[in-house]
Structures are given as C-alpha cells and as structure tokens.
Design a protein around this ligand. Sequence first.
Ligand code: ZN
Length: 559
Amino acid sequence: METRYPQMQAAEPDLDAIANAYDELNKDFDRAPGSQDRLAVVRRWDGLRRNFGTWEALVGARFAQNTTSDSAVASKTRHSEIRPTVTSMEVEFQKRLLASPHRADLEDQLGSHAFAVWANDVSTFDPCIESDLVAESKLSTEYTKLIASAKIPFRGETLNLAGLRKYSTDTDRTTRHAAVSATYGFMEANGAEVDRIFDELVALRHGMALKMGCENFIELGYRRMQRIDYTRNDVATYRGEVLKQVVPLIQKLRSLQADRLGIDKVMGWDAGLYAPDGNPKPHGDHDWMLKQAQLMFDEVDPRIGEFFAMMVRRDLLDLKTRDGKAGGGFCTYFADYGVPFVFANFNGTDGDVRVFTHEIGHAFQGFSSSDDRLLDCVWPSYDAAEIHSMSLEFLTYPQMDKFFGHEADAFRWNHLAGALAFLPYGVAGDHFQHLVYDNPKATPAERHEMWRSMEAKYMPDLDWGDIGYAAKGGRWQFQGHYFGMPFYYIDYTLAQTCAMQFWLACEEDQAAALERYVALCKLGGNAPFQTLVHQAGLTSPFKEGCLDRVVQRAAKALF
Ligand code: ZN
C-alpha cells in the first residue's frame, strides 16, 4: 500500500539505541571474515542511516510547514542537539570502511565514489567540534525563524516576505518602490539581530576550521559542500568568466528593460519587471496549476508525467503560502519511503512556475535514483543536484503555454533574462562569502561594505536610490544560504551554466535532450560534479569560454 505524506512517520530516534546499533555494526564489521560479510554490514549501516535520514527529513519538512508549531520546533531543536553525535558515530564507521583490508573489493561492489565521499566527510568532522556544530545549527534555525516571523503591514494587508515579493514586480512603479522599501524596512528593523547571528556563525565556523587544522573556514566549507574535484581557484576562474561574459550582457539588458518600461533607468525596485503591462502570470490558481502541470509533464516525458501523478496522489507537495510557513522552496527525501517531498510558497506570480519546475527537477532525480544503491549515492553534491532542477526549468520551455497561454513567449524571455541576470548576483554572493571567511574578524559594518563592493563589481548598474539600507549593503541579509549552508550559493550558478546548455540542446532536439537529462537523473550521486557534467555531455563551468555559446545564443534571443 502506498503511504501518503500525512501518514508518513519516523519514530523519534533514541540516542542510546543508535549508539548500541553502531557498537554492533563496528564489532561485526571488524570481525567479518570476508568482503561479502563486510558488505552485509555496510547494507545494515545504510538501513540505519535511511531510518535516521527519514526522521530528519520529516522533522525538517514539518518545521518548514509550520515554524510556529511547538512540537515541530521541539523536534527541530532535538534534531539540532543530536545530529552531531550521530555524525560522530557515522564518521567512526566511515573510518573503518576507509581502512578496511577489503577496501578494494568493497570499492568494486559499492563504487569508488562512495569512498571518496566518505574520505571527504571524515575530514569535516571531529568530536572536538561537536558542540560547535550544535550551536551553529541553532543559530541557523534562529535566523530562519526570524525571517519567517515577518508580519509586514502593507496597504491594509499583513504580509510575510514572500507575500510582499509579488508587489516588487507590480506594474505601478510607486507600488514596487513601496514594496521593496517595506522589505528593507523589515530588515533594517531586524538587521542588528541578523548581524549578531551571522557574527556568531562566522566566529564559530572560523573556530571549527582552526580546530580541524585549516587556515580558515573556506577550506572546511568546501569540504562540507563535498567539493571533491575542484578548488577555490577553479571557482575564481568561473567568477571571472561571468564577469567577462555576462556582466556586460546584463548592462545591455538593463538598458533595454528601461526602454521597455519607459523609464530613465532600471532602479533596484524595477529589476524584476520586464514589461510595462506586467510579467505574465499563470492563468489560474493552485489547483488549476497542478492540473496544467500534469498535462505539461505528460507531454514532456511520460516518465516525468507518471512521477508527478504519484507526487500528487501521495500528497507530496505543499505549495501554498501560509502564515508561519518558512520562506523559499526546497525538495527533501524520505529514504524509507523512497519518495521526495516538494515545498514552495506560491504567490500568484510567474515565480511559482519557476520554483515548481525547479523543485520537481530535484524530486524527479531523487526518485530516479531510488534503487538499491547506498544512500550516499542517491543525491550528488549540490552543484550537480542543481543541474537537474535548473535544467527542467529550461526543458519545459516548449510547454509553457500550458500556464501562460499566448504569453508563453514573454515568460520564456523573462525566464532567460532572469537566469542570466542571476549569474552576477550568484557569483557576487560566492565572492562575498570568500571575503567574509578570509577576514573572520571583520565587523558587521565591514561585512555590509564587502557586500556593497560586490554589488559594485558584479552589478555595476544596480542603484538603490533612496532605499538607504540596501544602498549601504544590506541585501545579503535576505540570503538564507549564507546562514544555513555556507558556500552553497555558487552551486546555482555552476548548475545554471550547465542548465543553459540543456536549453540549447532542447532547441536542437527536445527528445534527445530529455534522454540525456533522464540518464543524468538516474546517475544521481554516483560520481563527483565534473564527472557527471562530462557524462551528460556538457562543458564544465571551470573551462574558460564555457559561457560563450549560451551567451551568444541568449543575446540573439533577448535583443
Ligand atoms: Zn534547487
């Protein structure tokens, strides 16, 4: 029988029971006479991790669905408290795997990538940082709660940040300005608290890096992101490509946008609007969108269509915005049930369709990789994972009439413009974090100045006018990744660079592009980033000139 999401559960883990289970595993692994016996112990370990992972994912999803629920908060807190202890047990077992006399046999059976991942994971953890990890996780939850608590009065309504965002693309310029001002007004009122949280996070992370023998947090941060096959120098090369290829294109785009909107200059509050009569909106509500999505996916690929029907049938989507719901969108995975879950905050804009196809891309990959492989090989590192999500945004271009009718062209134009305009913002966020962790003693004011200098470098046209808090470098405080997942942000830009290659492939031959896409989803986490990119027939973002073809094609489409 299929379990629907509301009925899914995982017992709250008992730390003593987990510790006993690990004792048994360690003993059995050490005593196992041959590699087949060891393999059986590894499978038991994987089962234990799947149980814990299911609880962890359910706790995360239910907290995000209602950040004000006492029981959800209590479980989330409990998770923050016990996670590092469980990690330390996992690391102990991983060390045994790495040192096993049967390692070569095991690598043959389980794939060498799993061992590379474990060697990396082992290097990110030591019991001496356990309490720091607990503190780090609590701080990041504090930030999420603070942002989710936003209740901003706006023209007779009380809105959270997601609710307010839709007014930032209103056709009335005064409304856009008021919405963006109100957004920054909220952050100005809470900025000192956000600075305090971030300051503590930076100090904690730097301290952990020193304890782990790193010079600063950047090295440890890269390892935590499982960057096995590239370094900060490669990332710097990529940022340079964006600066050279994309920043001038966006300057040209902004001037075209100003012409289209009939204004002198695109200001900070105009950037998201591309046409004077408004960005196209999906032509219906949440329930209608689900029906259209089914038609779309059936047409794109029957495998994706069937998958989506299952997600709807089993209630694995929570897409409507509500008070107390955490912001943003994400996809998580319940390993014991072999199914993903998609979370979003629909607000009636074209952004809904973007977030939706994006998260379904993640979900489809997770589901495609749900076979008997080890849990560590279901999901790749995030840089590769974002290729599945962002590519599906492009691969569904031909079907966008399902949501936007005759405005589908306008949607595609906006999406492409937005995808490109995102790259400078994304690399700015990455460069910013390098500055932050290279200078861990910087003051909050200096960090705001760092962000301002990143805007000047990568978004030279950006003008915040009279919105002083933004002009002084406050925008980074909205980006939750810097708090919860340091160094994640570049992954979106690396993946976007790959996803846009799928766009070109789709224009040439949609069926062939989808075949490659589905194959990449099935590979899941079987290899590191650049290997997956190569196997999907894509050019690595770390190669100079990686953006040439897409930028040329995009310029033709946009201008
Ligand atoms: Zn994503």
